[in-house]
Structures are given as structure tokens and as C-alpha cells.
Design a protein around this ligand. Structure first.
Ligand code: GLC
Length: 639
């Protein structure tokens, strides 16, 4: 452990080196110096927070010793990448484009993914989120799609090995692709070694989870803490007859919540995190992070101690592996999400999911009313530019209708009936809806339900294909491309959900698989249809229309500085509620990105007559009014 004096000396050395670093001939600092410098930068705050939470200086000393070990073990190539990335928000570059995928669905194994890197490059992907691949129970009905981890240091054997992963990371880095993985830190599988030993009655391991005998306390949790999976996994505790006690399981009964009040849990989980970072991971998605601290009498969500832990993780990563990015999975209301960025001086996550914008987007599709989306985008745009959001239309999870209901109520849309309308709409039960999909965790007590389907199915591609209706297919493809264009015109990191680039529709086969049938999220976790990929070169096919459309939009975004994260962005008020009008300004350039969320053609008015360049058609013309077809869009740059 560094003393204060050592820390000061290290700070002075750092100051000297910072000056030296400006001269290109400066000799690189030695490994020891780099580590000491980084540690010195954070030591006092890290120690303060650790002691505040745990009051255990021996465990803190152990942690610091291990940080050094993980730094020493970090491969040279990753250290070089750290040096390039340190202090640079590399993940905010407008050329960044992400894709999220399941290894088995996409290419069978990790080695299979490596072989398919040329396809991902063709998709312009330079950020690849591999869905959970660490070892989980063999029985899929007890793995929560990989989110019940049995061993944090072992890859699921059917997907490959840790060496394969490190090899893939190296191959990706050579191509400028960064890798994202999930770090499931709220819970372990009940087959994890700690859980097995706890179940055998070993006190040391029991203290890593929450065991409870008192039914009164269990009842109080039930009263105060909202349900995560009200239908598929009701309750917060699971009774273990062999121990005559219950264990806390906020998610599924086989996912035991870890007890972060125990510093052993924190330390060991940090070692796992650093071990994984050292395999070449670039982005660590901190799964379900709001849930990690529990306090009886609260909702057990977003407690201040959660922020202390995330802040400590940020410092730990800046000490050992500053090239990596922390992506917080905070699926909460906006007021709860933003604090996970921390402050400018004391940052927590680098990046967060733009979850409310995503849900509000689909609300806009169903209602043809962009007013709420404008408000939501303006709320996001008014945040400091350094706050980076990950934008997406669909992911592996359901859509929860977390909307701004007070605003909607003022426009006559009350929460419960509106959620019912959205769920009916997207199931295709409302006249005019072409969407297809299924409910998820319908809660009879609250009348709440979430929704599952792929982007393409929600846009009507599935229904149009089934009916063989070409006109409906054209509208569905237009809607799909318009939504992607809208996503690409937001600041932040756009993520394509694997399969969306070729319009992949729902996969109902999960219903016949007893290990998946209970969980309708599998409807959008289907096998990647390689047989359809050949169609992308066959103009006129659904796959080619979507793939080439996206290809063009992605190229425009990459090449035009108006898409920089530093641009000034806002959603304009426009008299027609069905129109979303985003303005982006960077330098002298102004982009009008206009989206028609309705089934009607619209005549639209520019603020003034002028010369505009259409980025998609590449045509210049002078006009004041222009038309957008149903579900059409335009990217117009004032010239
Ligand atoms: C996250 C994942 C979700 C999983 C849950 C429990 O929310 O996205 O798929 O069920 O965490 O780990």
C-alpha cells in the first residue's frame, strides 16, 4: 500500500512525465512507474470509499496488492492499447458502430465468430458485444440466457475456451474492432462454487449471499421491493430445505444475489473483472448494476452504496486497464440513470443505455405522436456532451414501457390503459398495426406487461412476408430503415442487434424447446440465418434492401462531421405531431434529420427557402417545402 508521501512523490513524477510526454522523443515510462502514477492518482479516494463501505484496511491492502498483480499480468499489447486510449473518449467517435450477438446463434463457437469477422467488417461493425459466454448450468432453463454464471474464469465449453476468447480479442483488435462482454455482478448461478459451498453450510460462503430464516423479514422485502420477473419468477427469496433457510434471489431462483456488504465478495468480484479485462475485453457491461446493494426497508435499487461500488470499479479500471470502458446496464427511469455517469471529477460509468429513448421510440411508432419523443430527446441533449449513451432499437431483452406517464397523462394517455394499448398494438391486435410479437411477464396484479419481438417483426416485415403483400413489405422496410436512420442521427454509440441488418423476423421455435418455452425473450434470440445473407447482393430482396440501406446511412454517419458527438443537437417543435425533426449543428454545418411517424405522406416546411443537400440522394436543390412518404425520412444539410 502506498503511503501519502509515496503518493505525493508519484504525483510529482507524473507531473514531470506529462510534460515529457509532449516531446515525441520522450522515453516510455517503465511499467512500475505507470502503475504507481495511476495508483497515486486514485489511491486516497479509493481508500476513503473502501474504508467508508468496509472499514477493513487489511482487505484494502489485499486489493491494492492484487491490482498490482493484475497490472503485471496484463499483456503488453493491451497495455499499449491502454496508453493509446487513456484520457481519450475513443468510444465516442462517430465512426463507432456496434453489434450485439449470441455466439452460438451467429457462428456456433468463439472460433466461428473469428472466422466471420469479414462479414462483420462488411457490416462496418467495430464494436462487438458478445452475449454472456461464461460457464453456466448445462440446463438452459437454469442459465437465464447466460446471466447465471457458474465460473467467471471459464468459457462455456460448447463455445470454446478462454484462449479462444483472447485469440478472438487479438484478431478483433488487429481489425480495429473492440469487444464487449457482460460482467454479471449482482448474482451467481446456484451452481457456482461459492453457492455450492454455501448450500453445504460453510459459513464463510453463506456470508457471500443473503440467507434468511425470518419470514417476517422475507415478507417485508416482498412488500418493499418491486418484482423483476413477476410471472416467470415471483418473489425475492428461494427456500432451501437442506438448510431450512431461504436465500435471496431477486431474479430467477437459481440466481443467488451476492452480498456486497462482505468485502470478500467485492474483492473477489474485482479480481474476476480484472481477469476478464486482461483477456482483451474493451467494454465491460455491468449487468443489472442498480440491484447490487440491498437494504431492508428500501426498494433495493440504486442505493448510494451502488454508486460507491461503481466509482471504485472505475478507479480500479483506470489504475490497471484504463483503455476499457464501463457500460452500465441501468434499465430505470431517467432520473435514476443519469447519476450512473457520476460527476466530471468523479466519473462512474463511461456509457449507459438510452433505455427511455428506446421505449419512447416504439411508443411513437404505435401512437404516430412524436411529442413525447421530442421531449425525451431534448432531455438527453441537454445533458453534458461527455455523457455517452448507447442507442438501440432492440436488444436481447423485452421492452418495458418505462415512459414519462405524467407527460402522457396531460395528453390523455393514462398509464395502465396506455401500456395495454402498446402491447395490443405490437401484438398486431389494433387496426392498422402490422407488428407481430409476444408479451413478457404479464403481471396480473399491476396490469403491467412487457413486450418481445425483433425490429423487423415490429415494423411489419414478418406480417408482409407471410401475406406476400409487396406494398405492405415496402412500407415495413421503409419503417425499419427510417428507425435505423433516426437511431444513427442521435449522438452516442449506435448498436445494431444481430440479424436486424438483414431484417430478421421472430423465431417461434423456442416454444417447442422445454428449456426456453417459459421465456418469450427467446423469440428474438433466434439462429442467425446465413442462408439469407447471400441475398444481400441480390438487389430487390428484403435482405438487400435493408442491408444496402443501412450500409449507406452508416457510411454517411462515419464520413460527415455533423454526426460528431460534440455537435449541438435538439428536437425541433413542429406543428405536425407525427413528425420528428432533429437538428444537428457542427461548425458551419446544419443537418435537418426529419422523420415521418405516420401512414400518410406529409408536406413539410423548412424554416426558410434555401439550398439543401440531401445526404441520401446526394442531390442539391433550392426549396422551402418538401414531401416525405409514409414512414419516410430525409437527411438535409443546409448549403
Ligand atoms: C440483465 C440482462 C437480462 C438478465 C438480467 C439478470 O437485465 O439484460 O437478460 O435476465 O440482467 O441477470
Amino acid at each position: 500500500m502506498a503511503t501519502k508521501r509515496q503518493a505525493r512523490t508519484a504525483v510529482q513524477t507524473r507531473a514531470k512525465n506529462t510534460n515529457a510526454a509532449k516531446t515525441p522523443t520522450a522515453a516510455p515510462a517503465t511499467g512500475a512507474t505507470v502503475f504507481e502514477q495511476r495508483l497515486a492518482r486514485h489511491h486516497d479516494e479509493l481508500r476513503w470509499l473502501y474504508m467508508e463501505l468496509y472499514g477493513n484496511s487489511d482487505m484494502f491492502a489485499e486489493l491494492v496488492g492484487q491490482l498490482r498483480n493484475y497490472f503485471d499480468a496484463r499483456p503488453r499489447t493491451l497495455k499499449a492499447l491502454d496508453a493509446q486510449r487513456e484520457g481519450r473518449a475513443w468510444y465516442r467517435d462517430r465512426a463507432m458502430l456496434g453489434m450485439q450477438m449470441y455466439i452460438d446463434n451467429f457462428a456456433g463457437t468463439i472460433n466461428g465468430v473469428e472466422q466471420q469477422l469479414p462479414y462483420l467488417e462488411r457490416c462496418h461493425v467495430n464494436y462487438l458485444h458478445l452475449m454472456p459466454f461464461l460457464d453456466t448450468p448445462a440446463d438452459k432453463s437454469r442459465s437465464d440466457g447466460g446471466y447465471a454464471v457458474k465460473d467467471f474464469r471459464r468459457v462455456k465449453p460448447e463455445l470454446g475456451t478462454m484462449d479462444d476468447l483472447a485469440h478472438l480479442a487479438e484478431a478483433c483488435h488487429k481489425r480495429g474492432i473492440s469487444l464487449c462482454m457482460d460482467f454479471v455482478m449482482n448474482h451467481t448461478s446456484d451452481e457456482h462454487e461459492w453457492a455450492r459451498r454455501a448450500r453445504a453450510g460453510e459459513g464463510e460462503y453463506m456470508s457471500r449471499y443473503f440467507f434468511e430464516r425470518n419470514q417476517g423479514i422475507i415478507d417485508q422485502y416482498t412488500r418493499d421491493v418491486p418484482q423483476v420477473f413477476p410471472t416467470t419468477a415471483p418473489g425475492h427469496f428461494t427456500y432451501l430445505p437442506e438448510l431450512g433457510q431461504s436465500v435471496m434471489t431477486q431474479f430467477y431462483p437459481y440466481q443467488w444475489d451476492l452480498n456486497y456488504r462482505n468485502p470478500r465478495v467485492f474483492n473477489e468480484m474485482m479480481y474476476n473483472f480484472l481477469y476478464l479485462a486482461n483477456q482483451g475485453m474493451d467494454i465491460i457491461r455491468i449487468d443489472a448494476v442498480p440491484y447490487i446493494w440491498k437494504q431492508l426497508g428500501t426498494t433495493c435499487r440504486n442505493l448510494p452504496q451502488v454508486h460507491t461500488i461503481v466509482r471504485m470499479m472505475r478507479m480500479i479500471s483506470e489504475i490497471v486497464c484504463p483503455g476499457i470502458v464501463l457500460l452500465g446496464e441501468v434499465v430505470m427511469a431517467p432520473v435514476e440513470v443519469v447519476p450512473y455517469f457520476g460527476t466530471v471529477d468523479k466519473p462512474e460509468c463511461h456509457m449507459l443505455y438510452n433505455v427511455t429513448t428506446m421505449a419512447t421510440t416504439w411508443h411513437t411508432v404505435a401512437t404516430h405522436d412524436a411529442r413525447l419523443l421530442r421531449q425525451q430527446l431534448n432531455a438527453v441533449c441537454s445533458l453534458p456532451h461527455s455523457y455517452t449513451f448507447l442507442n438501440y432499437l432492440r436488444c436481447h431483452d423485452d421492452i418495458g414501457w418505462g415512459l414519462d406517464y405524467p407527460a402522457l397523462e396531460a395528453w390523455g394517455m393514462a398509464e395502465v390503459p396506455h401500456k395495454q394499448f402498446l402491447n395490443d398494438y405490437f401484438q398486431g391486435f389494433v387496426p392498422g398495426s402490422t407488428s407481430r410479437g409476444e408479451l413478457y411477464n404479464a403481471d396480473p396484479t399491476t396490469g403491467d406487461a412487457r413486450f418481445c419481438a425483433t425490429t423487423a417483426s415490429m415494423c411489419g416485415i414478418e406480417a408482409a412476408g407471410f401475406e406476400g403483400n409487396e406494398a405492405a413489405m415496402s412500407t415495413a422496410i421503409a419503417k425499419d430503415l427510417m428507425l435505423h436512420a433516426y437511431m444513427l442521427s442521435q449522438s452516442g454509440l449506435p448498436i445494431i442487434y444481430s440479424g436486424d441488418e438483414i431484417g430478421l423476423v421472430n423465431d417461434y421455435s423456442y416454444q417447442e424447446d422445454p428449456e426456453k418455452a417459459e421465456d418469450s425473450r427467446y423469440i428474438h434470440r433466434g439462429r442467425f440465418p446465413w442462408e439469407l445473407v447471400s441475398n444481400i447482393d441480390d438487389a430487390g430482396t428484403v435482405q438487400a434492401r435493408i442491408f444496402t440501406g443501412l450500409d449507406q446511412l452508416e457510411r454517411i454517419r462515419r464520413e460527415d462531421p455533423v454526426f460528431d458527438a460534440s455537435a449541438e443537437v435538439y428536437a425541433k417543435d413542429y406543428s405536425d405531431d407525427a413528425i420528428l425533426w432533429i437538428v444537428r449543428r457542427a461548425g458551419d454545418t446544419t443537418l435537418h434529420a426529419v422523420y415521418n411517424f405516420s401512414d400518410d405522406e406529409k408536406l413539410l416546411w423548412m424554416p426558410q427557402e434555401g439550398r439543401y443537400h440531401n445526404l441520401v440522394t446526394e442531390q442539391d436543390s433550392t426549396f422551402q417545402t418538401f414531401t416525405l412518404p409514409a414512414w419516410g425520412f430525409a437527411w438535409l444539410e443546409a448549403r
